[in-house]
Design a protein around this ligand. Structure first.
Ligand code: CTP
Length: 433
């Protein structure tokens, strides 16, 4: 009996999928179809899949060609599958021509001609709403344009920048379709506004976008003033639009694993959090406020909102050199956050509990792994996740699910956490200015 295997996502099942399964079956007597798992797709940056795994499996099953269906869960699984299932032929569409030649050590590799004129990508583009994103910025350090191409339904279409030189640099790098002459025009042409400029201007840009009923992504904090911030939240609710901060780590699996362990008792009672963040290469004043937000967020998520005492010291030197240390005393624990702008601090996040310690080294807010140290073992367990790019596409993916469920509440950062962060920074800024 000749055994054949083929793989695919089979999203929004179409004629091309049907044809390839039919032809694959003819290559042998027994056909195994590998359907990609959700975590695998997310890890390899394929975020545009619409149908659930269950639906995609059901659709493959309904063709009647598959004798067996398996789930493809990780990169490199194919070799193991070929050996395990004693496969004679591996069949795939010729859009992959040459990519699987190395499998010919294990079985025949057959590339079949793709059915012309149809793909899941095309169907997604035709069938679902497209959201135009407009960016207002004052530096050309852009994280979104390339990442948005990898998520369905989003496209950076419009930009606005008051500074011509920065605008030119931006366009040279990203080639966005439409340069707007005014912020009003940017708002008019866009469904989502990404506010990416200095803290002093953020509130104004955000409130104008919300007043025009546009969704907003912004670099936090939106403002140092908690009353102003609550006003933004109120406005977003009244207009039923999303107001979401650009904090990407909360949408990445590894961070949720870390939270699960810290909140779920894996570390015992949490005794302490030590957190350091610094940037050396950005010449921007007040950067330390922005750097603080992720650290404060982790602390609030792990230790809660009810600290008993908060002390801080901020030192500012010339040339935008800044250093801040913040200490939060909780009834049963302590958190220390060190933030440096152009001051060399070793970036690290450490969560110490009675039964274990979690450590994320380096730029932990975009880390792909953490270590778990336990007192009774010399072994360090390392938890990993794979993700591509700077993480922005995972934020967009979360936003897409909010948009399609007509739910404006972010599941990444809760409202009470956002308010608390602004209140903390407000307290600090009141003293400095
Ligand atoms: N396929 C095909 N003809 C098409 C589309 C897909 O033969 N018009 C084949 C692919 O070559 C692959 C299998 O169907 O062997 C599963 O492909 P998949 O990536 O799930 O489908 P696409 O439509 O290519 O999806 P996307 O647009 O998301 O890449």
């Amino acid at each position: 009996m000749k055994r054949v295997i083929t793989y695919g996502t089979f999203d929004l099942f179409h004629k091309g999928h049907y044809n390839i399964l039919k032809r694959a079956k003819k290559y042998g007597d027994y056909l195994i179809v590998g359907v990609t798992g959700e975590t695998y797709d997310i890890g390899r940056g394929k975020l545009n899949v619409h149908d659930s795994l269950a639906t995609r499996i059901e659709n493959v099953k309904n063709t009647g060609f598959a004798d067996e269906i398996i789930v493809e869960e990780y990169i490199g699984q194919k070799i193991g599958d070929i050996i395990k299932y004693d496969i004679d032929s591996f069949v795939i569409g010729d859009d992959w021509k040459g990519k699987f030649d190395h499998l010919s050590r294990y079985c025949n590799v057959v590339y079949l001609e793709r059915t012309k004129g149809i793909s899941s990508t095309q169907i997604r583009e035709d069938r679902f709403d497209q959201y135009n994103i407009g960016i207002v910025f004052d530096s050309d350090d852009n994280q979104l344009t390339n990442e948005s191409k990898l998520v369905n339904n989003f496209c950076v279409k419009n930009i606005f920048c008051k500074d011509e030189k920065i605008l030119d640099n931006f366009q040279e790098k990203y080639h966005v379709e439409n340069i707007c002459e005014s912020y009003e025009q940017l708002i008019e042409y866009s469904d989502i506004i990404f506010v990416r400029c200095s803290i002093e201007q953020r509130f104004d840009y955000i409130i104008r976008a919300l007043n025009s009923k546009k969704h907003v992504i912004y670099d936090p904090p939106a403002t140092f003033n908690s009353e102003q911030y609550k006003l933004l939240l109120k406005l977003a609710k009244e207009n039923n639009v999303i107001l979401i901060e650009n904090i990407k780590m909360v949408y990445i699996h590894i961070f949720n694993q870390l939270l699960w362990m810290a909140q779920g008792g894996f570390l015992g009672e949490i005794l302490s959090i030590n957190c350091s963040v610094s940037k050396n290469d950005v010449n921007r004043s007040n950067l330390f406020y922005e750097l603080s937000t992720s650290s404060i967020l982790v602390m609030l998520k792990v230790m809660g909102l009810d600290y008993k005492k908060f002390e801080y010291q901020v030192t500012k030197y010339k040339n935008n050199i800044e250093f801040a240390t913040m200490n939060f005393a909780y009834p049963k624990g302590y958190a220390t956050i060190n933030v440096g702008n152009k001051v060399r601090v070793d970036n690290q996040l450490e969560i110490i509990g009675t039964e274990g310690t979690i450590r994320m080294r380096g730029d932990w807010w975009r880390s792909k792994n953490f270590e778990l140290h336990t007192p009774n073992s010399n072994d360090i367990q390392v938890y990993n996740t794979n993700f591509e790019g700077n993480g922005f596409k995972y934020l967009l993916k979360a936003m897409l699910s909010m948009l399609s469920n007509n739910n404006i509440r972010s599941m990444g950062v809760f409202e009470d956490e956002s308010i608390k962060i602004v209140e903390i920074l407000e307290q600090v800024s009141n003293e400095i200015y």
